[in-house]
Write a protein that binds this ligand. Structure first.
Ligand SMILES: [Zn+2]
Length: 343
């Protein structure tokens, strides 16, 4: 009887020990699973961080690691170095990077870095042409095109400008800044032109009810146009250049609007030279020679002709303007003008 009791107790103890061992094993496995999952999560987190950083650093000039990569990639004959002095980064490496940087928008502006040297301050140029006494001691022409963009006339004008190595400022109507014209507008900026705004609606009764400028509506339309442009070009883009539809000269009570725009870093500009492409029919040139003559005549009405701000239109019905552009460019080139853009 005693023996059986003993047997029974030892069997039970054995069973208990086994159970405990099993439980310990289970706990261990649980811990292993938890720590492996944590490790996996950490790895996923690190990998996604690296990928997102790489995407953010597409401007390789701002990425030291990529700069190092390019330095080594182009010096395969030398042992790999971790640090390069600035003078060791030969022009061979820096040149493509500079070129890439040139294709970026000047922060908070309406043009690319590669044409920044041709960009003139709108407020200054506008004052010069109003006073008809410019201080620039060189000849600069600002070709300007209003009422675009579209896919008929605008591309023709862009092609001519590119071919002639000239540049212009395009005053876009906000309601036409849409998906259909995105490609044209990208081309515009890429080719070294500047982008300006020309209201959103181009509707005189909203902008100037009773011929009096409505400052709030005007600013609202400029902002709306800029927002649309930002959607296309990103947040670096902002155009502080504006032209009143119909011209500032045509409307009453415009001072309040000028001031409100200026407070928002927006400056308006009219023109001092015309191709005549939107003149009343009786005065409108019907040939290329006629447009060039109109440019010559209107420019020389100014006392000072160092700065020419030329009004033309790239609206859908302005085929003659597109056809005449190379002759207008030739006129200014023959007379010693540089092609500027407005910022
Ligand atoms: Zn217009």
């Amino acid at each position: 009887m005693q023996n059986t009791d003993k047997d029974y107790r030892s069997q039970r103890a054995l069973k208990d020990r086994r159970k405990r061992r099993m439980r310990a094993k289970k706990r261990k496995r649980k811990r292993q699973i938890i720590s492996l999952s944590l490790l996996a999560l950490i790895i996923i987190f690190i990998v996604t961080r690296i990928v997102s950083c790489a995407n953010k650093n597409k401007d390789i000039s701002h990425s030291p690691s990529l700069m190092w990569y390019y330095a080594n990639a182009t010096h395969k004959d030398r042992p790999i170095q971790i640090f390069y002095g600035p003078d060791e980064l030969s022009n061979q490496i820096l040149e493509p990077m500079r070129k890439l940087k040139d294709e970026y928008i000047v922060e908070g502006s309406n043009h690319l870095r590669k044409v920044d040297k041709y960009a003139y301050d709108t407020e200054t140029i506008s004052r010069f042409i109003q006073e008809d006494s410019n201080d620039l001691n060189k000849k600069v022409v600002f070709l300007t095109f209003d009422d675009g963009p579209n896919t008929k006339i605008t591309p023709q004008i862009l092609d001519t400008l590119k071919r002639e190595n000239a540049r212009a400022t395009f005053f876009l109507v906000g309601k036409s800044i849409n998906k259909n014209h995105e490609e044209v507008m990208r081309e515009m900026l890429k080719n070294g032109n500047a982008i300006a705004t020309h209201s959103y609606s181009h509707n005189y009764s909203i902008l100037y009810p009773g011929r009096n400028a409505n400052a709030t509506n005007i600013l609202e339309e400029v902002n709306k146009s800029n927002e649309r442009l930002k959607e296309i070009f990103g947040n670096s883009f902002h155009s502080g250049v504006f032209r009143y539809p119909g011209g500032k000269m045509s409307w009453n009570n415009i001072e309040m609007s000028n001031n409100l725009l200026a407070e928002n870093n927006i400056h308006w500009i009219d023109w001092n030279t015309l191709t005549g492409d939107a003149q009343p029919k009786s005065d409108r040139p019907t040939t290329t020679a006629g447009q060039v003559e109109y440019v010559n005549k209107s420019l020389n009405k100014n006392k000072s002709t160092n700065i020419a701000v030329v009004l033309s239109h790239d609206a859908i019905n302005k085929q003659l303007t597109a056809d005449s552009l190379s002759s207008v460019i030739k006129y200014f080139r023959d007379n010693g003008y540089e092609f500027g853009i407005l910022k």
